[in-house]
Design a protein around this ligand. Structure first.
Ligand SMILES: [Fe+2]
Length: 170
């Protein structure tokens, strides 16, 4: 086999992937290997009453530095999916965290963001569907307006636990 066609897979001690040589803000030191299988998925209550959350093991594996979970509309005790028309706005709020991104796996969700740029604030409405992704910078003022009943959304935050503060409309 021609060497040029083979991807480099040999571990290199000087690789930037090695924590000792990683110069970024996150060393990864102490992180554990983890794998979460769909067949073992557990769904639990979380920040918003109308959602349920599947934690993907990242929180424990990173000592709480990160969390990755999938959100979906909560299933009622009857086994039915909660009525999406009851998913009223969350209200304008901020999160005290360092990193937050969302990636839509299924369905759709609509947000309002107050985007700060050069001292100016732009109010933007965004409708996200499958494959769409958004970085929500620290403390950005935002509001979830509505979502589809079949919404599934991956959210990654750092740290895993953070404060959420409701805001009053300016
Ligand atoms: Fe939020």
């Amino acid at each position: 086999m021609a060497a040029a066609d083979v991807p480099e897979t040999t571990f290199n001690r000087s690789s930037p992937q090695s924590p000792a040589h990683f110069s970024g803000p996150i060393s990864g030191e102490g992180y554990q290997f983890t794998a979460a299988y769909a067949k073992d998925a557990m769904w639990a209550r979380g920040l918003r009453d109308f959602f349920e959350y599947r934690e993907l093991g990242i929180q424990a594996a990173t000592g709480g530095q990160f969390k990755a979970h999938v959100l979906r509309v909560r299933t009622e005790e009857t086994g039915e999916r909660a009525d999406a028309s009851g998913l009223h706005t969350t209200g304008l709020h901020t999160h005290a965290l360092g990193f937050q991104m969302i990636y839509i796996l299924k369905g759709w969700i609509k947000f309002i963001y107050h985007v700060e740029n050069d001292g100016n604030t732009r109010v933007e409405e965004h409708l996200f569907g499958p494959g769409d992704c958004c970085l929500q910078p620290p403390a950005i003022l935002h509001n979830e307006l509505e979502c589809s009943e079949d919404l599934e959304l991956l959210e990654v935050t750092s740290p895993a636990h953070y404060e959420t503060q409701a805001a009053t409309q300016k």
